[in-house]
Each structure stands twice: as structure tokens, then as C-alpha cells.
Write a protein that binds this ligand. Structure first.
Ligand SMILES: [Zn+2]
Length: 481
């Protein structure tokens, strides 16, 4: 006898039955593709396509879906895009884009999966042209609407108006480049939708992890607008040896094979069997299996500082009441951001200012050095070097001192002899800087890499320069209390 196997999302935005939804129209598109929606796909479509009675447009500007691998999200989001291109609900021509982390992965997916799927379906006759040319991959429809494959780059899509964008597998993303590339093209489109889909990533998946936090918050807030969020993932304290547990959160896993589950319900089928998942489990290491099929983020092993190491040196009250000994100003290599850090007599670092651009930082640094009567350090050979003449009380450090500062800071973090006014959570600038930091070799020594670090490292570099002579400061560990 088959036990009762019920799959349900761990987090889901409430379906407001009092609202109309065009979700069933997506379901029809999927059927037209020969891929009838499974119940979970229908559920997401119904929620994500709810209509705001005030505007007549989609109630949710952003829909975030995170599900285990092989759950069928390609079909779900492709149907959503095709609907945008075909339905009389929209004023054509509409422009929709599909973005993936690497152009090659996305291109392969289009050539191997998406084009054949459309060509073998009855929707094919509604297309005008399917362009396979490298860099010009697109599907245009008889309505004049268009789905384009867009590579991830900061400027892609800037010039054009966009009505819809799919951001696929954003767990790869460590910065907002992808979204920054498309959002400006959507600002004037009141009924635009951003559709985000991904399996879980690692603690470096800064974009996805932020969206997961925001999505769960949105579910709790239950405002009925903004972000709709759906998450299928393994329960807390999940035991992957418990095969029966898989049926609770893998929405495409058939509880009763061979699958006849949807025979009387549009003919849908579950797309995964327990045998398939089990063989994946044999083939993947435990952490990767938990990530891909449990949809649980893993810790990445290539962090320069383990999260518990960071937690030891972070405190929201560090630097409280301390006298400032020195400031440092650091500028990102592409000048996209600047940070000013204060090092205190008590051996703590505080991020005083941090933001995009450079000009403001000069003004702010001059105000601070004037007020506190101390100097501001910069890396004379770094991106902030050009500011030397603009700073009233500047301490321009030579390369050797900068190397020494980075190494001292590395040791101080590992030995917990420095404190940061910070919290060990993504979104905190020190946390993000240390999570993304990499080393750049300088001979046998190193500095923080401005080029290859995954995140904005200006707070960490500024802290290192401000805190550059531990011997003249009282190390935190040796303080009386
Ligand atoms: Zn089934």
C-alpha cells in the first residue's frame, strides 16, 4: 500500500481567491507545448498571475520561485514568456528576455531544450522566426512580440523597453549586475514582471539568499503586492537517508509510479522518480545533493574566513564610546563605490560611510578628519591615490605598508584581535566584503584583491588601512574588559 504522500511548499504567498488570475491561461500554453502543468506549477502560475483589481495588471511585479533541480521550472517559465508574447491580454509587441548566468549554459539550454520543445508543439505555427545565431538567439511571434536570450552583462537591455524578464538560476550571482541590466528597461512599464527562479546555492549566493530572505518576509507580511514567493525545500534537520521524506518537498517526484496521477486532470505527469533521485544521490557528494535536491544552501569551502571566524570578530556594539585613532578611505577599482572606516583606540573598526561614487567620500573624509583631528589613510598607488591632493589631512601609504596592513588584518581576524562594528549576516558590508574577499599575490605576500573578489571589498581594505599598525593600538584581546 502506498503511504499518503503530500508535497507542499515550505513558504508560499497566499493565493487570494477573491482576485482574478491569468494562471489558467499559462496552464493552457503549457498544454499547447505538450507539457501540461503539474499541480505545483499550476499553483505558482495562479498566485504569480493574480491581477490587481485597481490596475488590471499583475499584482506581483516580482515572482521568486525556488525549487529542487528537475522540478519543471523551465516549462513553467517558458509558458509564462510565451503567454506574454501571445495573449490578447497584453498590448503587442511585448518584449521578454531570458537571462542565465553564463551565456553558454543558456544558449545550450535554448538550442537543446527550448527550440525543440516549441518546434515539436502546436505553438510552432504561431512563431514567426526562431533565430539560432550566436548572440542573437530569439523567438519572434506572429503578434510581433519577442523572447530574447540575454547574456549577463551590465549594459544588456539598457536601451530597450522590457515587459518581462526571467532570471534563471540566480544562485550563481554574487552581485546585482543581472538585475541592474534589466530594471532600467522596465521602469516605465507598469505591468512588467520579473520572474526569478533558482535552486539553492551557497553562502556566496548573495543575490538569491537576499531574495529568499525578502521572499519569506513578504510571505509573512502578506501584503498581496510586490513580491510573490514560493519555496519547496527540505525540512529543517532533514535526513537525506529518509527517502520517504523526499515526497514532502520534491514537487515533481511521483508518489505512485508509473505516473497516472494527472490522467483525469489534463493529462499531466510527474517528471521524476525516486530511482532517478537516488541515482543522483549516488553520483553527487552529500552537500551538493542537499543543495540540488534538498534545495538547501551549502557553505562554500573557498571562503577566506569561515563564518564562525567572522562571527567572533563582529559585534554590533564594537567601537562604542571609543576614540577614533585614524580614518581610511578606499575606492573600488571601477570607482563604483567608496568606503570610509574609522579605527578606534580600542582596536575596533567601524564603517563610517559606504556608498556608490567617489566625490562624496572626499567631502565626508575632510569633515571627519577636521572634526576628530586625525588623518585619513589611503593607498597611494590604489584607486584612491588620485584623491591625495583633495584630502586635507591625508596619509598616503606606500605599497609595502598596504601589503603589511592587509596581512596584519588577516592575522587579526583569524586570531580575533580586532573587532568590527558589524553583524555576521549577508547584507552587512563587512560581512559581504569578507565573504567575497580573495587574496592577490604580491611576491610571496598579498593584498586584498580589488579585481577578483566576488563582492565589494572596499570596507575590508579601508579597515586594513585604518587599522594598519596594531602595535601602536591596543589589541582588543589584551584589553582589560
Ligand atoms: Zn505521478
Amino acid at each position: 500500500m502506498t503511504p499518503l504522500r503530500i508535497c507542499s511548499p515550505k513558504w508560499v504567498t497566499r493565493r487570494r481567491l477573491e482576485r482574478e488570475t491569468f494562471g489558467p491561461e499559462l496552464t493552457k500554453v503549457a498544454a499547447g507545448l505538450g507539457q501540461p502543468f503539474m499541480p505545483w506549477q499550476r499553483m505558482v502560475a495562479d498566485i504569480g498571475c493574480e491581477i490587481d483589481p485597481d490596475t488590471g495588471g499583475p499584482a506581483y511585479r516580482e515572482v521568486v520561485v525556488t525549487v529542487p533541480r528537475q522540478s519543471g521550472k523551465t516549462t513553467l517559465f517558458l509558458s509564462w514568456q510565451i503567454h506574454r508574447c501571445l495573449s490578447p491580454r497584453w498590448r503587442h509587441p511585448q518584449r521578454s528576455v531570458f537571462t542565465a548566468q553564463t551565456g553558454k549554459d543558456a544558449r545550450d539550454k535554448w538550442l537543446d531544450e527550448i527550440y525543440p520543445l516549441i518546434e515539436s508543439s502546436k505553438l510552432h505555427k504561431l512563431t514567426r522566426q526562431m533565430n539560432r545565431g550566436m548572440g542573437n538567439e530569439s523567438i519572434s511571434w506572429r503578434t510581433g512580440s519577442l523572447i530574447r536570450l540575454l547574456s549577463t552583462s551590465a549594459t544588456a537591455g539598457h536601451s530597450k523597453t522590457l515587459h518581462q524578464a526571467v532570471l534563471d538560476e540566480i544562485w550563481h550571482d554574487v552581485d546585482d549586475r543581472r538585475e541592474q541590466g534589466i530594471r532600467p528597461a522596465m521602469v516605465t512599464i507598469g505591468d512588467a514582471q520579473i520572474l526569478v527562479c533558482s535552486t539553492a546555492g551557497t553562502d556566496r549566493s548573495l543575490v538569491l539568499n537576499r531574495k529568499v530572505r525578502a521572499g519569506r518576509k513578504a510571505v509573512e507580511a502578506d501584503s498581496g503586492r510586490g513580491v510573490a514567493y514560493v519555496e519547496f525545500s527540505a525540512p529543517d534537520n532533514w535526513n537525506p537517508d529518509d527517502l520517504e521524506s523526499y515526497f514532502g518537498f520534491m514537487p515533481a517526484l511521483c508518489p505512485d509510479p508509473p505516473c497516472r496521477c494527472g490522467v483525469d486532470d489534463g493529462g499531466w505527469r510527474h517528471t521524476v522518480t525516486l530511482a532517478v533521485v537516488e541515482s543522483e544521490r549516488q553520483g553527487l557528494d552529500a552537500a551538493e545533493f542537499a543543495r540540488a535536491y534538498g534545495n538547501i544552501p551549502t557553505s562554500s569551502s573557498d571562503l577566506l574566513f569561515a563564518v564562525d571566524v567572522m562571527a567572533r570578530v563582529f559585534s554590533p556594539t564594537a567601537a562604542d564610546g571609543d576614540k577614533v585613532e585614524r580614518f581610511a578611505l578606499e575606492v573600488a577599482e571601477d570607482r563604483s563605490s567608496a568606503a570610509i572606516v574609522a579605527a578606534t583606540a580600542g582596536g575596533a573598526c567601524e564603517l563610517v560611510a559606504h556608498g556608490p561614487g567617489v566625490r562624496w567620500a572626499v567631502e565626508r573624509a575632510n569633515a571627519l578628519t577636521g572634526k576628530h583631528g586625525v588623518s585619513v589613510a589611503i593607498d597611494a598607488k590604489g584607486p584612491a591615490g588620485v584623491l591625495e591632493d583633495l584630502l586635507d589631512d591625508c596619509d598616503a601609504l606606500d605599497s609595502n605598508t598596504v601589503v603589511q596592513s592587509c596581512e596584519d588584518m588577516f592575522d587579526a581576524i583569524v586570531e580575533a584581535t580586532v573587532r568590527f562594528r558589524a553583524i555576521a549576516e549577508p547584507g552587512d558590508p563587512f560581512y559581504d566584503a569578507m565573504t567575497g574577499a580573495t587574496k592577490k599575490p604580491v611576491g610571496d605576500r598579498f593584498v586584498w584583491s580589488r579585481k577578483t573578489s566576488a563582492n565589494d571589498v572596499t570596507p575590508l581594505m579601508a579597515a586594513s588601512l585604518a587599522w594598519r599598525k596594531p602595535s601602536t593600538l591596543t589589541p582588543f584581546a589584551s584589553r582589560g574588559g
